[in-house]
Design a protein around this ligand. Structure first.
Ligand code: GUN
Ligand code: ZN
Length: 434
């Protein structure tokens, strides 16, 4: 067992639905006690006020972080590890951005050496930014998946990834073969899913890049392996949507194409979900699929604004994502701030304003809930895996000045969301196996 003394931020109860936005609690002089669970993995044993808990854990070695805040490690619901060299590439919109920057970079991931080096850089960048769980696109090359899983296993990270399925409408070098792509996917599931903290995600890139046969095969695998994740993109960009309409003129909507192939279910995470109507929202709710809201990407590529009011009115799950390299930053603080702007400006209900606690929840416990990992990651209640960040609110002169004057928890969280970046994250701690 080991204990950490600091201010401790956590959410007061595990939510049982995506609509519950649990209250954040800040224990100003708190104690976080971690120790092994039955499988030998470090989990939270107790959290609360130092004065109340310390007598019970007198013999437990305690590390003291004066002036620091311990908070749950962040959960990134959608990111592309082969796109670290794509961030900040200018394009008129999604489709030319894919053709001119993204596909050429992803071609390089056929090479195991390139994949391994990029994977190591990618994980270091996640950890520097306080992200301890990520649902990640690899490239279409199985080598890229092996490389990322190997590095994540080495770091004991909770990481979910999968080989991208893309057998049409994309160039040589990234395009795969329908039958082989499904064979490769099943082999990768057998090799990696459930090993240590690793999980597999069946990863059809998006409808235009997958033949009907490939989508059907992906849906069959999703039915055969119900605890494997699914990740894809939907309703991001108007040209993309028009293309899907051409390919599937009979479909009610873009989202319904995924339904038709059995790709909407719990543990299915769809990036963007911007241009939805209420029937789409209801389809997300009834199938248990969830949205990866990617505001820096949506602002950078000019895709549009996620409709928070619509999502809450109909009631489907969502959480926050960087979507690097369409997204512009690994930092959860940048993503939460962009989500705040989207919440203010992009709504059918103009007075909606996302609270700091709700923003923070979307990138921790709410994202974990979307992944069906509620109570496993994204919070620091007893039983949660001990993934956490140590935040230094004095990390910059302006942060120190502003946070010192915060008169409430909301003001403190907001100051960190607005002014924070990787400098705020002093340390990232990953749950270790005994
Ligand atoms: N749609 C299909 N592929 C991609 C991608 O790599 N990034 C984004 N933002 N949208 C996509
Ligand atoms: Zn994406």
């Amino acid at each position: 067992m080991k204990a950490y003394r600091a201010s401790i931020l956590y959410f007061s109860a595990q939510a049982d639905s995506s609509l519950a936005h649990p209250q954040a609690v800040l224990e100003t002089d708190g104690l976080l006690v971690v120790g092994p669970n039955a499988q030998g993995r470090q989990v939270v044993q107790a959290v609360g006020a130092y004065a109340a808990l310390a007598p019970r854990f007198l013999n437990v070695p305690t590390e003291h972080f004066p002036g620091r805040i311990i908070a749950p490690g962040f959960v990134d619901l959608h990111i592309h590890y082969p796109q670290i060299d794509v961030i900040g590439s200018p394009a008129e919109g999604l489709l030319p951005w894919l053709d001119n920057y993204t596909f050429p970079q992803e071609t390089r991931f056929a090479k195991p050496d390139h994949s391994a080096a990029a994977a190591e850089f990618f994980i270091a960048e996640l950890l520097r930014n306080g992200v301890t769980t990520a649902l990640t696109f690899a490239s279409s090359h199985p080598e890229s998946v092996n490389a990322l899983f190997e590095r994540a296993q080495h770091h004991q990270l909770r990481l979910i990834t999968g080989k991208v399925l893309m057998d049409q409408h994309c160039p040589d070098g990234v395009r795969d073969d329908t039958e082989q792509s499904l064979i490769d996917t099943e082999a990768l599931i057998a090799r990696w899913h459930g090993v240590d903290r690793l999980g597999y995600a069946i990863t059809p890139r998006f409808v235009p890049s997958c033949s009907a046969a490939q989508l059907r095969g992906a849906g069959e695998l999703a039915a055969k392996y119900p605890d494997v994740w699914i990740q894809s993109h939907v309703a991001e960009n108007f040209d993309e949507i028009a293309w899907v309409r051409q390919l599937y003129p009979q479909a009610r909507s873009y989202l319904s194409v995924y339904e038709q192939f059995g790709l909407l279910r719990p543990r299915a995470i769809y990036a963007h979900c911007i241009h939805f109507d209420d029937e789409d929202r209801a389809l997300m709710r009834t199938t248990g699929a969830a949205a990866a809201v990617s505001p820096t990407s949506n602002l950078f590529l000019g895709s549009g604004f996620f409709d928070y009011a619509g999502a809450d009115r109909v009631g489907f799950g969502y959480g926050l994502a960087s979507d690097v390299g369409g997204g512009t930053s690994f930092s959860p603080f940048h993503t939460m701030l962009a989500a705040y702007y989207v919440g203010r400006e992009g709504q059918t209900k103009p007075d909606l304003s996302l609270s700091p606690q709700h923003l923070w929840w979307q990138h921790t416990g709410g994202a974990a809930l979307a992944l069906d990992l509620n109570g496993v990651v994204g919070n620091l209640l007893p039983g949660c895996e001990a993934d956490f960040v140590v935040l230094n609110p004095q990390a910059t002169p302006l942060l120190a000045r502003r946070t010192a004057q915060a008169a409430s928890l909301d003001e403190l969280l907001f100051a960190m969301i607005v002014l924070g970046d990787d400098r705020l994250v002093e340390k990232t701690v990953i749950s270790q196996a005994a």
